[in-house]
Design a protein around this ligand. Structure first.
Ligand code: FAD
Length: 365
């Protein structure tokens, strides 16, 4: 006999699971969220915080645009200051041979309706005087992109969901998902069994194992991403930055620290930092902004995100009871609010939201 029941069980207390819990609870659905460690303890709380539409693959662009439209209202809706800053994303080009590919990519993104444009090096330096002269050859600029405090975004969704009735089992692992002859599902959570008609697997790096448990061997790969933050500095810039082709990203947090990361992301199930990667990343940012050379790094960390080969998530029903939302490929924070909302809409209306069409798992068949 099951110990408990809920209309929907969400496995994973990352930003995707918490956003889905919030929108489901808002629609009056009885939700139980299961998290094996703590809220935001996976990739979400360790994220770089970039909230960008630019440089996304074409299939994901409409989803990202719809998500960014939600961000300006989220602090008020959730009753939590998520430290959202919509000051644009600059994608700096460090090498002249990448100017033309970047300009071509801007044309592709403009054709999809995104406000993104090319800026010459001097225009970028006017916006960000800290950039060393001669260090870049221009940038793509998307003024509606920005950044957020990823931990506050995740806990903001979680706490708002709980206030409107969502329940949670924290520190408990969902060990297995089993379909019953009666057409429902039993989820084993720690020592308990919980009955439901719908399970959302939003377990990030843990999703692959849960899918295998259901007989789905999906092409999800876990990659480890590293990040760092410096001591607090006076305000220096407000934009989010990406660097092409090195993969460096950075932003200044509300607290004043420069939060930066990127570089090599290795296949791993274990979150760890490597001196080699951290030093290379620090060299990259100080090459662009030598004034940061004497600044102390306070903390380094890493997080594991689930990736797919085409860099698009899988958001799809695996069977009549289980829906998967994973494989966000290192850029899921920005799309999480709309993914949570669409998961709720899909479950309550039975109708698949149009913008989720490119994310079926059968594209890998
Ligand atoms: C260092 C780093 C920088 C990043 N930078 C950016 C960025 O700038 N912009 C951006 O958009 N994205 C970024 N990302 C990616 C983004 O953070 C992720 O795509 C997103 O957070 C994924 O959210 P999630 O809810 O799917 O997964 P997670 O946040 O990983 O949450 C999954 C949760 O499920 C739990 N779980 C797993 N298995 C089980 C189980 N069996 N039972 C119970 N609980 C379970 C885990 O403990 C975890 O808390 C970055 C990621 C990292 C690591």
């Amino acid at each position: 006999m099951p110990n408990d029941s809920a209309d929907v069980i969400i496995i994973g207390g990352g930003v995707v699971g918490c956003a889905a819990a919030y929108y489901l609870a808002q629609g009056g659905v009885e939700v139980l969220l299961v998290e094996q460690h703590g809220i935001g303890s996976g990739a979400s709380g360790r994220s770089g915080g970039g909230i960008r539409q630019s440089a996304r693959v074409s299939e994901e662009m409409p989803l990202a645009m719809a998500s960014i439209a939600l961000f300006p209202g989220l602090s008020d809706q959730l009753g939590a200051d998520i430290e959202y800053v919509q000051a644009g994303n600059l994608r700096l080009v460090e090498n002249p041979e990448y100017v033309e590919p970047m300009q071509t990519d801007i044309v592709r993104q403009q054709a999809l309706g995104l406000d993104v444009r090319w800026l010459e090096a001097e225009e970028v330096r006017e916006m960000v005087p800290l950039l060393k002269q001669g260090s870049i050859f221009g940038a793509s600029y998307c003024p509606t992109d920005g950044h957020v405090n990823p931990f506050r975004l995740t806990t903001g969704f979680y706490q708002a969901a709980c206030r409107i009735g969502a329940k949670a089992l924290i520190g408990q692992e969902a060990r297995s998902i089993r379909q019953t002859d009666a057409g429902g599902v039993i989820v084993e959570v720690g020592e308990q069994t919980v009955q439901t008609s719908t399970v959302i697997i939003a377990a990030g790096a843990g999703s692959r194992r849960l899918c295998q448990n259901l007989g789905f061997n999906l092409p999800l790969t876990n990659l480890c991403h590293e990040s760092m933050v410096t001591e607090a500095l006076p305000p220096l810039f407000s934009q989010m930055f990406g660097v092409f082709p090195s993969g460096l990203y950075f932003r200044q947090t509300r607290h004043g620290g420069i939060h930066f990361g990127g570089g090599t992301s290795e296949q791993s199930d274990i979150a760890r930092t490597t001196g080699k990667n951290l030093q290379a990343t620090a060299r990259r940012i100080t090459r662009l902004m030598p004034e940061l050379l004497p600044v102390n790094v306070l903390r380094a960390w890493s997080g594991i995100d689930s990736h797919t080969s085409d860099k698009r998530p899988i958001i799809d029903y695996l069977n009549e009871n289980v829906i998967l939302a994973s494989g966000f490929s290192g850029h899921g924070l920005a799309v999480a609010p709309i993914v949570g909302r669409y998961l709720a809409e899909w479950i309550t209306s039975g109708k698949k939201p149009e913008l989720l069409a490119p994310f079926g798992y059968d594209r890998f068949n």
